[in-house]
Design a protein around this ligand. Structure first.
Ligand code: GAP
Length: 516
């Protein structure tokens, strides 16, 4: 899918009630979005898939819903006040601001794209006889680019690890990175910029308390560790899962809902015995990759990406990346956060935050493996993977195209549309009676406007897996036409069979069964 198709996807998301720009009638608010009637259903289904896979399928993972406002010292303890920064650089001609690290990542991606192009060309030339591994290991152009990539990657990682802002600027200059707006290489120095939003709470004689809008949900989990462990009588290893809003004053907010200022996270902190964290890290990597791949969008579209720079609290970190229309990008982060957060909160709060291990006969601060995924980014991933423009032959034998969202049925906003062939002869009443039977279990939609063909298209565009048409024969023998979204195949089925067909297709059970 190209950038061009991505633009169409953004337009489609608005046209079909998935995502709207926030405050649109006031010309919008940058990088803030609202979810429409179909978007909210898809989003809720994604959250359910994640939540149930965590807290229903794992006996030792429990949920939490902590407040967005928290004591400001939490953010001092976690390191966010001092170190939650992005390195920014401005182009002096366009006056546009960029993240220096993103500019360099894009330069790396360009080299990667050159290598991929060579491989693709050779693949076409050699056909079945093509040996990709051998080609990559021997082709001079690929090897030269690989060398270039390795050198740039190392220099970039070193600069990040040393927090060397001058070096980041120098890398941008040495690699001829130009501003996409002005086309010039007239850059300012790189500066650090804190991403937290602050506001004031209450009013006291001494003034109001400065509080932050949380930039991650994880800290709400850390500060409730003792509450959950004690009241739930939890034994290590165990996890706490949470879904909630997070806020970041992203300066470079682009690509629709990929990077937002208000977004939602699904995070799980898994508390383990020190020394076992790297084994659990590997386990959760596998579990989370399997969760992504079970949706059926093709294993080749996912990969792990090791972090260039480990956060100050981490001893291992990896991203799950998906092949978006604009390249492989992070959807989820998996981090081994050591005992950093709990130890910091223990120190700053003065309260003991430890686990008594009966086997060891001693207390210690648990280590933590975190899985952290953005709901909105996952939403974009699902939409991008599902959006299809298809050539087809319409009912009159004419060539046509249809836009279809090939959403996994379990995530689709509407599971079944029920349509009377005509708006008379008792067909609408019969259609509504079918919905009344099914609506307690499945989100159904009644539609009687326009031709059946147009109604099918509307449902394809929002990813509805099934359409049921009620006609005159239905009144005689209680059968309907069941039309399948992906194949457009139509079957005649008894109304009494609809429940079973739907239950099998849309139940999350079939997704869970595929999980490792
Ligand atoms: N607690 C760890 C943490 O917050 P992160 O890598 O900063 O780690 C985790 O964020 C996930 O949250 C990302 O993989 C991404 O899916 C999502 N995310 C982060 N910033 C975002 C933003 N500005 N807009 C949308 N999603 C975002």
């Amino acid at each position: 899918m190209s950038e061009d198709i991505f633009k169409k996807l953004v337009a489609h998301s608005k046209e079909y009630g998935f995502v709207f720009q926030s405050s649109e009638i006031y010309d919008g608010l940058g990088a803030v979005y609202d979810y429409g009637q179909n978007g909210v259903e898809l989003k809720n289904n994604i959250k359910k898939y994640w939540w149930d896979s965590m807290v229903m399928l794992h006996e030792n993972v429990v949920g939490l819903d902590s407040a967005i406002f928290m004591h400001p010292t939490i953010w001092k303890a976690s390191g966010h006040v001092d170190a939650f920064n992005d390195p920014l650089i401005d182009n002096k001609d366009s006056k546009k601001r960029y993240r220096a690290d993103v500019l360099i990542e894009e330069a790396l991606a360009k080299i990667e794209a050159k290598m991929e192009k060579e491989v693709e060309k050779a693949k076409k030339r050699f056909g079945d006889a093509f040996d990709e591994t051998q080609f990559r290991a021997t082709n001079p152009r690929v090897l030269a680019n690989q060398e270039k990539w390795d050198a740039l990657h190392k220099r970039f990682a070193d600069a990040l690890n040393d927090n060397n802002l001058e070096e980041l600027k120098q890398i941008i200059i040495d690699n001829d990175v130009a501003c996409p707006m002005s086309g010039t290489k007239n850059w300012t120095d790189v500066r650090q910029f804190n991403l937290m939003f602050a506001t004031e709470m209450g009013s006291t004689a001494d003034g109001a308390l400065k509080v932050f809008l949380r930039p991650e949900t994880a800290q709400g989990i850390f500060v409730n560790y003792m509450n959950v462990q004690k009241t739930g009588r939890m034994k290590l290893p165990f996890g706490i899962a949470q879904i909630g809003k997070a806020f970041r004053n992203e300066i470079v907010a682009r690509q629709f809902i990929f990077r937002m200022r208000e977004f939602e996270q699904m995070e799980m902190q898994f508390f383990v015995k020190p020394g076992t964290e790297l084994d659990w890290f590997e386990k959760w990597k596998e579990t989370r990759m399997s969760w992504h791949q079970s949706l059926g969008f093709g294993a080749e579209n996912y990969r792990f990406h090791e972090h260039e720079k480990l956060a100050h609290y981490a001893n291992a970190a990896v991203d799950v990346e998906y092949r978006f229309p604009f390249g492989f990008k992070e959807v989820e982060g998996i981090h081994s956060r050591t005992d950093f957060d709990l130890s910091q909160h223990q120190e700053y709060s003065g309260k003991k935050i430890q686990y008594y291990d009966p086997e060891e006969g001693k207390s210690y601060v648990p280590y933590v493996v975190e899985t952290s995924i953005g709901v909105d980014r996952m939403f974009l991933q699902v939409m991008a993977a599902s959006y299809c423009e298809e050539e087809m032959i319409d009912g009159k034998g004419q060539k046509d195209t249809r836009v279809v969202l090939r959403l996994p049925a379990q995530l689709a906003p509407v599971k079944m549309a029920v349509m009377p062939l005509v708006k008379k002869d008792g067909l609408p009443e019969k259609a509504r009676a079918i919905i009344d039977e099914l609506k307690f279990d499945f989100k159904c939609q009644y539609d009687e406007k326009d031709s059946i063909g147009k109604r099918y298209r509307r449902m394809d565009a929002i990813g509805t897996p099934f359409c049921v048409t009620v006609d005159h024969q239905t009144l005689e023998d209680n059968t309907v036409t069941l039309r399948h979204r992906d194949t457009m195949k139509q079957d005649r089925v008894e109304i009494s069979k609809l429940y079973g067909i739907m239950a099998e297709a849309v139940s999350m059970k079939s997704l869970f069964a595929k999980l490792k």
